[in-house]
Design a protein around this ligand. Structure first.
Ligand code: AMP
Ligand code: ZN
Length: 431
C-alpha cells in the first residue's frame, strides 16, 4: 500500500510536470504570507510568472535567519484554526525555529515516512522501537506516525534509559530501530556490559539519522549489532525526517521529489551547480499547506547522485551529508570537517565508540586536541603499544589537517555518553 509504484518510478518528465504544478500552488500560498509578501515585493517577484521549474533559480533563497525573523507565524499560509501541531528545530546552531502543520500536512508526512520505511523492506510484521526524542524535536513523532501508518507495532521509547531500551527489545522482539548513530554505538556497549551479545537481540534494521556520521560509523554499527543500517535525512524546516531515505540498496538516499524540489548551490556564490557536483542542498517544500518554504538553504553539504538506482525508483538520490557549511572548522587556516576526522578515527580498529575534538588557541596558533576512547583490551597490553597507536593516529590526522594534533587515548566511558545529537566539537577559541 505504501509502495506507490506509479509515483516512485514515475518518468522524469511526468515528475517534473507534477513538481511544477505543485510549485505554482506553493508559491501562490507563500505569496499570501507576511514574510514572502515582503520578500517577493522587495525582489520584484511576480509568482504568476513562474511557469517553468527553471524559473525557480530566480527566486531569493530563504535562510534559518529568515525563519527567526518571521517568528512566530510570519510564514504561515493558513488560518490559525487549520493548524493542528507545531514542532521546533533542535537548535543545534542557536535559537530554535518553529514549524506548523495542518492535519493534511501531518497525514502526508506520515505517508512519506511509511513510504521510506517500506523502501527498506519494513512491513507491518515488524516491531519498531523509536529511540529518538519525543517532543518538539521531529525525530520522535515523525517516524512514530509513519510507522503506525505502515502498521508496525510501535514502541515509543524515546531517548535514554538504556537498560529499559534493552528490556523492551528483549520483551517485545524489536526488529527495527530508529536511533542516532552515536547512541547506537553507546547502546551496543551497554548491551555487551550486560552480558548480551548485541546480534542475539535479533534487531534487523536501524535507521540512523539526525546528525552527520561517516560510512565507517555505519559499518561499525552494522557489525556491532549484526543489522542493516539505513541513512535517514531530514530537517524540521522541511517537516522533519523522511526528506531523503536509503532504500534496500543502501547506496545514497532517495530524496522524495514529489514533495520537495532540490537544488545544489555553491555556498559562496549561491549559483546552482550541475547534478553530481558537491555543494549546499537547497530545498523547496511543495507539499505543505501550513508553511510553504521556498528555496531553503539547508547548510548541508552533499551531492546529487545522477545515476539510476537499482531499485527502479526515479527520485534522485543524495549522498550522505558530508557536514554543514557552518560546522566546517578552520584549523590553522585549513578547512576541516569533523566528519573527516571521524573517518580517520574509524579506520583505526582499536578506536572505540566515542571521541571529542577540542579546539583552542595558544599564542595565536590554533591547537587541535583529539580525545579518543579505545576498546578496553588496549589497556591490558603494554604502554609501548599504546604509544605507538597514539603516534599512528597523530600521523594520520596530521596528513589531513597539517596542524600537529594532540591525541589523547582514553578508556571506554571516559567521555560523556551521548543520548541525543552528539556534541563532538568543543571550540574554545575566541574569534
Ligand atoms: P533538526 O532540524 O533539528 O532536525 O536538524 C536537522 C539537521 O540535522 C540537518 O540539517 C542536518 O544537518 C542534520 N541531519 C539530519 N539527518 C542527518 C543525516 N542522516 N546525516 C547527516 N546529518 C543529518
Ligand atoms: Zn533505490
Amino acid at each position: 500500500m505504501f509502495w506507490n509504484e506509479q509515483l516512485e518510478t514515475i518518468e522524469r518528465k511526468a515528475l517534473e510536470k507534477l513538481q511544477l504544478e505543485k510549485l505554482r500552488k506553493a508559491l501562490a500560498a507563500a505569496a499570501t504570507t507576511p514574510f514572502y509578501k515582503k520578500v517577493f515585493a522587495d525582489n520584484g517577484v511576480d509568482v504568476s510568472r513562474i511557469t517553468t521549474l527553471d524559473h525557480l533559480r530566480d527566486l531569493p533563497l530563504t535562510t534559518k535567519h529568515d525563519l527567526r525573523l518571521s517568528y512566530p507565524d510570519g510564514m504561515v499560509a493558513v488560518p490559525r484554526t487549520e493548524i493542528v501541531r507545531l514542532h521546533a528545530s533542535s537548535g543545534t546552531t542557536g535559537k530554535s525555529t518553529v514549524i506548523f502543520y495542518t492535519a493534511k500536512d501531518l497525514a502526508d508526512w506520515a505517508d512519506l515516512i511509511a513510504r521510506s520505511m517500506m523502501a527498506t523492506g519494513t512491513t507491518r510484521n515488524d516491531v519498531f522501537q523509536n529511540m529518538m526524542g519525543y517532543g518538539l524535536f521531529t525525530g520522535g513523532l515523525g517516524l512514530h506516525y509513519g510507522a503506525e501508518r505502515l502498521g508496525c507495532l510501535v514502541i515509543p521509547s524515546s531517548t535514554g534509559n538504556s537498560l529499559k531500551q534493552i528490556e523492551l527489545m528483549k520483551d517485545f522482539g524489536t526488529t527495527v530501530v530508529h536511533i542516532t548513530p552515536s547512541y547506537a554505538m553507546h547502546l551496543a556497549d551497554v548491551v555487551s556490559e550486560n552480558g548480551i551479545n548485541p546480534p542475539d537481540l535479533g534487531i534487523k534494521k536501524a535507521y540512523l539519522g539526525a546528525e552527520p556520521y561517516s560510512e565507517g560509523v555505519k559499518k561499525k554499527i552494522e557489525g556491532q549489532w549484526g543489522l542493516d543500517a539505513y541513512n535517514s535525512y531530514g530537517l524540521s524546516e522541511m517537516n522533519g525526517p523522511g526528506v531523503a531515505f536509503e532504500c534496500e540498496y543502501k547506496n545514497g538516499m532517495h530524496l522524495w521529489e514529489d514533495y520537495y524540489i532540490m537544488e545544489i548551490i555553491n555556498p559562496d556564490t549561491g549559483e546552482r551547480l550541475p547534478d553530481g557536483e558537491e555543494g549546499e542542498l537547497v530545498l523547496t517544500h511543495i507539499n505543505r499547506e501550513a508553511m510553504p518554504i521556498i528555496r531553503y538553504r539547508t547548510r548541508d553539504l552533499t551531492r546529487i547522485i545522477p545515476e539510476k538506482c537499482a531499485c527502479g525508483r526515479t527520485h534522485r538520490r543524495i549522498e550522505r551529508i558530508k557536514g554543514r557549511t557552518d560546522d566546517m572548522l578552520i584549523v590553522g587556516g585549513v578547512n576541516v570537517f569533523p566528519s573527516q576526522i571521524e573517518t580517520v578515527l574509524m579506520n583505526v580498529p582499536e578506536v572505540g565508540n566515542n571521541y571529542q575534538i577540542v579546539l583552542d588557541r595558544h599564542n595565536n596558533l590554533d591547537r587541535i586536541h583529539v580525545r579518543v576512547e579505545l576498546y578496553n583490551k588496549m589497556f591490558e597490553g603494554d604502554i609501548k603499544a599504546l604509544d605507538a597507536l597514539r603516534k599512528k593516529i597523530v600521523e594520520r590526522l596530521k596528513a589531513l589537517i597539517t596542524v600537529n594534533p594532540k591525541v589523547e587515548l582514553l578508556e571506554p566511558g571516559s567521555l560523556p555518553p551521548s543520548m541525543g545529537k552528539a556534541v563532538r566539537v568543543i571550540d574554545k577559541r575566541e574569534i
